[in-house]
Design a protein around this ligand. Structure first.
Ligand SMILES: Cc1cc2nc3c(=O)[nH]c(=O)nc-3n(C[C@H](O)[C@H](O)[C@H](O)COP(=O)(O)O)c2cc1C
Length: 192
């Protein structure tokens, strides 16, 4: 079966996470439209994805230089490279997203697995046909979507598939009708 990889960068459990509601709506609708796919979920906080130490960076550079791509350090990069479709869910934190997602991006940007260099520059090697980024925020952040813009650049760096995004903004603004905003966003997400 084909794989839909859900990169879960959600800090709060699904019972309370609004971003999870968007992810759930997207995944349900995607699997319904594409029965040839199965879901593979990577929960970044459970996996214990952390920023590399200097020692780890040096070890990684040595492994790449020697083309030792079977090291477990590259497991997440192979998983990303081989996914047929990807959905990333992350709350809007401090103008972008939780640091665990940046650590994940560092882990999957591996020269020789998810991208490589040619005479004309970097070329994405990842297989995904679509990568979707879903987020929710407390304030109105449509004009400061640095996290989504960054993930779009990551998608274009690592693959040739289509990038799509959706968000529900303003969920912590006093007086906002949170249920209606979320319902609209879920509708949008289901039609992505
Ligand atoms: C550590 C932290 C940082 C946040 N930073 C921002 C921010 O910069 N801008 C904003 O509008 N909301 C911010 N929020 C609010 C969240 O984006 C918002 O509550 C979001 O819906 C949480 O998603 P969740 O329900 O999936 O956990 C922050 C929340 C937390 C806990």
């Amino acid at each position: 079966m084909k794989k839909l990889l859900f990169v879960n960068a959600l800090a709060r459990p699904k019972e309370v996470s609004r971003t999870w509601q968007l992810c759930d709506a997207y995944i349900s609708s995607f699997l319904e439209k594409h029965p040839e796919y199965e879901l593979e979920e990577l929960v970044l906080y459970e996996r214990g994805v952390n920023c590399y130490s200097v020692e780890e960076i040096n070890r990684r550079a040595e492994l790449i230089a020697n083309k030792k791509y079977d090291d477990p350090m590259f497991d997440m990069a192979w998983q990303f490279a081989g996914a047929d479709a990807i959905v990333v869910g992350a709350p809007y934190w401090d103008l972008s997203f939780p640091a665990v997602l940046k650590a994940y991006v560092e882990a999957v940007c591996v020269n020789g697995i998810t991208f490589h260099y040619t005479a004309s520059g970097a070329e994405g090697l990842s297989k995904f046909s679509t990568m979707v980024y879903l987020t929710t925020s407390g304030g109105n952040n449509g004009d400061k979507k640095f996290g989504a813009d960054y993930m779009e650049a990551v998608a274009h760096f690592l693959g040739k598939g289509e990038y799509k995004e959706a968000a529900a903004y303003g969920l912590d603004i006093i007086g906002n009708d949170v249920e209606t905003i979320l319902a609209r966003a879920k509708e949008e997400v289901s039609s992505l």
